[in-house]
Design a binder for this molecule. Structure first.
Ligand SMILES: [Zn+2]
Length: 149
């Protein structure tokens, strides 16, 4: 961020009108640039005093201290918002991983449709048909057939 840009944002910063990205860049510049920092201090004292007079409130004793508090609060807000942003992304990522895992496992555990080997022989077809009918293991089925005879 250039000094010109930073100084054009001073009023917006004091009125809490900056978007999170702008706010972050603005604070970064203010902390590394003495000239803009001084400019901000002057404007902050001026604008806040005007506002206080306007609202018939007592004037603050220490504008620099107040400004410092405001900068710290803004930084905390940035960290908070960024943290929430990444936390939301993280949750989304975990959900996607879980869903992917679920669907691949789901596919894996679903029993595959059994192919009926019809072409092999009529006998086999008949056996499997009977097996299904009686719903019993082959041994029991054979026993049953023997008893019938
Ligand atoms: Zn600057």
């Amino acid at each position: 961020m250039t000094c010109v840009k930073a100084q054009s944002l001073i009023t917006a910063f004091i009125n809490d009108e900056l978007e999170i990205d702008e706010l972050e860049e603005f604070i970064g510049h203010i902390q590394s640039c003495d000239e803009c920092n001084e400019e901000l201090e002057v404007y902050y004292a001026l604008l806040t005093a005007m506002k206080q007079l306007d609202e018939d409130r007592n004037l603050s004793n220490d504008y620099n201290q107040e400004l410092k508090g405001k900068l710290e609060l803004s930084q905390e807000r940035i960290i908070h918002l960024r943290y929430n942003y990444y936390r939301k992304k993280g949750v989304l990522f975990v959900i996607m991983v879980l869903m992917t895992a679920f669907f691949s496992l789901y596919h894996y555990f679903i029993p595959k449709e059994q192919v009926n080997p019809v072409e092999e022989s009529r006998f086999k077809l008949r056996t499997s048909f009977m097996e299904k009918r009686f719903d019993k293991p082959t041994e029991e089925l054979e026993k049953f057939l023997e008893e019938l005879e």
